[in-house]
Ligand binder design. Sequence first.
Ligand SMILES: *[C@@H]1O[C@H](CO)[C@@H](O)[C@H](O)[C@H]1NC(C)=O
Ligand SMILES: *[C@@H]1O[C@H](CO)[C@@H](O)[C@H](O)[C@H]1NC(C)=O
Ligand SMILES: *[C@@H]1O[C@H](CO)[C@@H](O)[C@H](O)[C@H]1NC(C)=O
Ligand SMILES: CC(=O)N[C@H]1CO[C@H](CO)[C@@H](O)[C@@H]1O
Length: 409
Amino acid sequence: MGCFIKFSSPAILFMFLSLLLIPTSAHVQVNEGGYISAVISKNGLDFFKNYLINKATSSIIPLELPDIEKSKKIPLIGKVHMALSNIIIYSVEIDSSYVETGDTDLLLAVSGATADCGMNWEYSYGSWLLPTISDSGAATVLVEGLEVGLNVSLKEQGGIVKVILVDCGSHVRDISIKVDGGASWLYQALFEAFEGKIKSAVESAVTKKISELITKLDSIFQSLPKQIPVSDIASMNTSFVRSPVLSDSSVEVEINGLFNASSGTSMLNYYHKGFESSASCSSPAKMIGIQLNENVFSSGALVYFHANRLHWIIDDIPEKSVLNTSGWRHIIPQLYMQYPNDGMNLYISVTSPPKIHVSEHDIGGTIDLDMTINVLDSSEVIPVACISLVSLIENLSAAHNIQPFTNFM
Ligand SMILES: *[C@@H]1O[C@H](CO)[C@@H](O)[C@H](O)[C@H]1NC(C)=O
Ligand SMILES: *[C@@H]1O[C@H](CO)[C@@H](O)[C@H](O)[C@H]1NC(C)=O
Ligand SMILES: *[C@@H]1O[C@H](CO)[C@@H](O)[C@H](O)[C@H]1NC(C)=O
Ligand SMILES: CC(=O)N[C@H]1CO[C@H](CO)[C@@H](O)[C@@H]1O
């Protein structure tokens, strides 16, 4: 037989956001070498919030609270020693939650959560007159109106974002205890003695778990790479260039985003700083909007240029006669006379770092190319003509506009 008694304390206005402002300056710095920026919108933040809350609850549960002991004088019975042990929160149900951006930090709050808790109770009493009397059993506790609020700031430090827990609070509105077995006087005594203690044990356990989780989240951020290799010769600099900017329920982060050669040549000096022209999403972003500066593309091209990768030999095309002096016999008879029936190839190389421009609607670029025509005479490669091309790519989807400057040798 169980007995269900409910205790309700007056609803206390829960203050998540009590304490001090953290001493960071909220003003936005001038971009220093940030070429990729991403804006995480309200939808994106909500998504992350739900993900984090799911992760957090599944990693918190089952949560074991410390044992609680207490002695209490009870009329007619005397001094009773009571103890609760094996107190475990084994489920949490979350009613509502929200995330909000402040000037320098993010607030995440959960309200109206309930938690189920199991535990063992025991008591003993006696005096020099009587033998000791003791009993024990199990009980379940329903925790209601659990509210949790945490306030986190995100600060860039040496290219990495640090997640700092500014403030964290938890409050339990009320609890009810259901005892299995025991004497009837026990229930009342148990609640009176333990209500406050159970509440504060739940509150402090939740707060402690959350600080641990934030520390874990921070160490995940700390382990994010500052460079991501994209090929054997190039890697992208993924260092954060400044602290995330919080505004309008969104968070903007900016990373360097330039490609850098594995050989160690720094490419930074080739570019003007910052977001002078960039592609931006004009349609409202769903969760994340990403802006790429043209320097991201140009730096990639530059790395490949310096690594000597921007050249190709064309020696096999469907129309075989084009790569044979015999095919040119009537057009350039001198060529055929000097090198009869020899094979030919084309050597195309990019002669200066390609420049890529990004505007609101398209991506274009300027690429300087040299095309050399070689004759393969026995084992010798003899260049016979060189054509300089300036390829103006006005729009990646539009036709190429190539201006050739031919120079026969
Ligand atoms: C990567 O970017 C950061 C921030 O712009 C910069 O301080 C750092 O020097 C860059 N690293 C390399 C290897 O270029
Ligand atoms: C976070 O806490 C600080 C200090 O308690 C407060 O000033 C700030 O408004 C809070 N942030 C949000 C988003 O509520
Ligand atoms: C070039 O064409 C001639 C005539 O068709 C042929 O005899 C010769 O083998 C070709 N040379 C090469 C290298 O393919
Ligand atoms: C991946 C990689 O090698 N990156 C290089 C980028 O450039 C710096 C020097 O400017 C090198 O130290 C890095 O190794």
